[in-house]
Design a protein around this ligand. Structure first.
Ligand SMILES: C[S@@+](CC[C@H](N)C(=O)[O-])C[C@H]1O[C@@H](n2cnc3c(N)ncnc32)[C@H](O)[C@@H]1O
Ligand SMILES: [Zn+2]
Length: 373
């Protein structure tokens, strides 16, 4: 998807642009690809697509939303005014009547949108660090039914290595366990859903993506709160036996583990425990990816669809090997064995060296042992 080209220009999707002094990571192309697909699906469904890209950098996203997703109007904002010339030059290919470039603080822009009743179909926030300084304000600029795309580069807070920081960022206590890549997505979703609920609104996940360093969630703003006992609660993890369980608010005080450990499981959360993705939107995105000859993206979307109705955690293959005192099991054989026993099993999109299943951890280890060569 991404290639350098003569004259120092970069090509990504249908966009050709200069990077200059802007922050641009070619490795994040997949995050932009999925956003473009979701935006194109939105455009097909609603017949309009007005985008606010609040932290645009070199302007790759506005270009791609315009050229690939058919955006009717794009506001590209970038806090650093030194990038003004670069942005003007890069976005010149979009008709002048369909774009606007500003250099303001993103939160100021969101407040202004609300003040002017100027709401957007897609608000894209590609910040450094945690998303929470922008989640609430970004929602103020999003139209009802519209999409908000959030980013977190703060893996330390979500992985349980600094629970004090996750408390400040997400209002949640994040513990360390083998499924923390998924936990990062769920903390972001939980915070966004709670923030919306405080205003009597809700968010529904569209898709959730972890690319190795960065967590991203796209959500849709809906008119009713989506927080419930089922969708917002805690994840319990037993350090003694490796067992995961979900825990609702009512049972927070009583957290036994089937292994009988005196210490009991540790609880992480609150976080989003519902689906990570919207199934029908994933299917529409996958169809579009196939039509656009994007096989890698279509495959990733298929993996996301497979995992979507499984429990909100996964087992790492390394952990199965370590706990079972055996070699790391082969993922495909383990999944086949789980399925043969009547369990469901899928590849976790956020960690391909893992398995998502409705089998208990102990059963999974026993099956892995049984298939050791
Ligand atoms: C991760 S980069 C954006 C990269 C770009 N979206 C892309 O996909 O290549 C973040 C950008 O946001 C800008 N920025 C950071 N904080 C901001 C804020 N509060 N308001 C507006 N822009 C901000 C930075 O100058 C930087 O260019
Ligand atoms: Zn246990």
């Amino acid at each position: 998807m991404t290639a350098g080209s003569p004259g120092g220009l970069v090509q990504e999707g249908k966009a050709t642009f200069a990077v200059g002094d802007a922050f641009y990571r070619p490795q994040s192309a997949i995050a932009r690809d999925l956003a473009v697909l979701a935006a194109a699906v939105y455009r097909q469904r609603h017949g309009h697509l007005r985008v606010l890209d609040a932290m645009t950098g070199c302007g790759v996203r506005p270009l791609r939303y315009g050229l690939e997703a058919g955006a009717d109007w794009i506001w590209a904002n970038e806090g650093n005014p030194d990038l003004a010339g670069l942005l003007r030059q890069n976005l010149a290919v979009l008709p002048a009547s369909t774009r606007q470039i500003t250099h303001r603080d993103a939160n100021q822009v969101f407040f202004d949108c609300y003040q002017q009743r100027d709401f957007y179909d897609l608000v894209d926030i590609d910040n450094f660090g945690g998303p929470t300084p922008y989640t609430s304000t970004g929602l103020w600029a999003t139209r009802l039914g519209g999409l908000l795309y959030l980013t977190s580069t703060d893996g330390r807070a979500t992985s349980g290595h600094d629970p004090g920081r996750s408390l400040k960022t997400y209002g949640a206590w994040a513990r360390s366990h083998p499924a923390v890549h998924e936990q990062g997505l769920r903390l972001m979703l939980g915070h966004a859903a709670q923030t919306a609920a405080a205003r009597g609104l809700g968010v529904k996940p569209v898709f959730s993506l972890f690319t190795g360093q960065v967590h991203r969630v796209m959500v849709q703003l809906v008119s009713k709160p989506t927080l419930s006992d089922r969708t917002y609660g805690f994840l319990g993890y037993c350090h003694r036996c490796g067992h995961f369980q979900t825990v609702d608010w009512r049972h927070l005080g009583r957290l036994p583990c089937p292994c009988g450990s005196d210490d009991g499981p540790v609880a992480s959360g609150p976080m989003w425990l519902g689906a990570l993705h919207d199934g029908p939107t994933l299917a529409a995105m996958q169809e579009l990816a196939a039509r656009w000859h994007w096989p890698g993206q279509a495959r990733l979307l298929a993996i996301m669809a497979e995992e979507n109705t499984l429990p909100p955690y996964y087992y790492s293959l390394g952990e199965i090997g370590r706990r079972g005192q055996m070699d790391i099991p082969n993922r495909e054989r383990l999944m086949a064995s789980l399925q043969a026993q009547g369990y469901r099993a899928a590849v976790p999109s956020m960690d391909w060296q893992g398995v998502k299943t409705d089998a208990g951890f102990g059963d999974c280890v026993a099956l892995a042992r049984a298939i050791q060569p």
